[in-house]
Design a protein around this ligand. Structure first.
Ligand SMILES: CC(C)(COP(=O)(O)OP(=O)(O)OC[C@H]1O[C@@H](n2cnc3c(N)ncnc32)[C@H](O)[C@@H]1OP(=O)(O)O)[C@@H](O)C(=O)NCCC(=O)NCCS
Length: 175
């Protein structure tokens, strides 16, 4: 099991490697009790788009992760479902999952990595970023410049996520 970190030092984001996957699953099991995903889901995203998968380390210990990749706007993948491939013509940069252990929250490291992902989206020529906000995280994403999109087709698509909102922001705007 994960031990609670006592380090409150600022964290550093680094590229995820396949060796990190067991720790990603452990963190996900703690953070996403209501939205479990199988290990092969994380492994597939890392294999398909390693540049969008990062680990947070605080005091030398993994404390969080983010998984993201180019995708199709307004078509969020179902939860706990493989995506097969990165689309040939993506229209958005999709943040699939951002999860921090409780000790690493409130330090600004989540907002920092969102800024890094927005920079990456801009660099690869995508006009916006999108995500499905779960677990009451909508205010955090609004703070990061995302706005909810209300769409009937989307509501159906989000059923696998439980209470969730699809959110989008342009890569040009600053919050
Ligand atoms: C959502 C999460 C990533 C935010 O991490 P965090 O460390 O609290 O975020 P930061 O410290 O970078 O906060 C950035 C800003 O958002 C604000 N914020 C963070 N969570 C918030 C919330 N629930 N409601 C309102 N504002 C919030 C912070 O106050 C901060 O504002 P400031 O810049 O004015 O100080 C983290 O709480 C988490 O891992 N939660 C569980 C998993 C989850 O819900 N992930 C999102 C799935 S879509």
């Amino acid at each position: 099991m994960l031990k609670k970190s006592h380090a409150r030092a600022k964290g550093e984001w680094r590229r995820m490697s396949p060796r990190d996957l067991p720790m990603v699953c452990e963190i996900a099991a703690v953070v996403h009790r209501n939205h479990p995903e199988d290990p092969e889901i994380f492994a597939e995203r890392l294999q398909l788009y390693p540049e969008g998968c990062l680990m947070l380390e605080c005091g030398g210990k993994p404390q969080g992760y983010v998984i993201s990749h180019p995708w199709v706007l307004l078509q969020p993948p179902d939860l706990n479902t493989k995506i097969g491939a990165i689309p040939a013509r993506p229209g958005t940069y999709y943040i699939h999952d951002l999860a921090l252990l409780p000790d690493a929250r409130g330090l600004g490291v989540a907002a920092k990595v969102v800024g890094m992902l927005i920079d990456h989206a801009r660099a690869v020529g995508l006009p916006n970023a999108s995500l499905v906000a779960v677990s009451g995280s909508t205010p955090f994403w609004q703070r990061c410049g995302f706005r909810p999109v209300d769409d009937l087709d989307l509501a159906e698509k989000l059923e696998s996520y439980g209470m969730a909102r699809y959110m989008v922001r342009t890569v040009e705007s600053r919050p």
